[in-house]
Ligand binder design. Structure first.
Ligand code: THU
Length: 129
């Protein structure tokens, strides 16, 4: 179960999304094992392929602060008339989440619902035996 305050943290970060090209603003918040919360927003670039998704920014921010056990993620997007109302995490982000989140970890997608990471990525790539 993902706590409502985590979704609020993502919503609070949404205004910092840098998405001048797609205009599709995304924000994510993760809660670490020790209770700390880290947020991320999508950061686009004029060289489009350099764009990084909000989920990965949140996860990498947590890891850079020493938080490598992440228990929950909340995700939100900005509704706009010509864009999708919501977004599920992309495949690349699901694989990155699987590196630091247990299969049972909760993922709350705003206006969509709650999932366990294993539902989103049942067979992640792993190197550990
Ligand atoms: N985006 C995310 O932030 N997360 C996803 O899981 C999928 C896509 C962003 C990347 C880009 O800035 C915009 O959404 C449109 O693809």
């Amino acid at each position: 179960m993902v706590d409502a305050d985590l979704l609020q943290a993502a919503r609070d970060a949404l205004g910092r999304s840098h998405a001048p090209y797609s205009r599709f603003h995304v924000a994510a918040a993760v809660r670490a094992h020790d209770g700390r919360v880290f947020v991320g927003v999508n950061v686009e670039n004029a060289s489009y392929g350099l764009t990084v998704c909000a989920e990965r920014v949140a996860v990498f921010s947590a890891v850079a602060a020493g938080a490598t056990q992440l228990e929950q993620m909340a995700l939100t997007t900005e509704p706009a008339p010509t864009l999708p109302e919501h977004s599920m995490p992309c495949g690349a982000c699901r694989q990155v989440m699987a590196e630091f989140m247990q299969p049972s970890a909760g993922v709350l997608v705003d206006r969509v619902g709650s999932f366990q990471l294993a539902e989103l990525l049942p067979h992640p790539f792993v190197l550990s035996p």
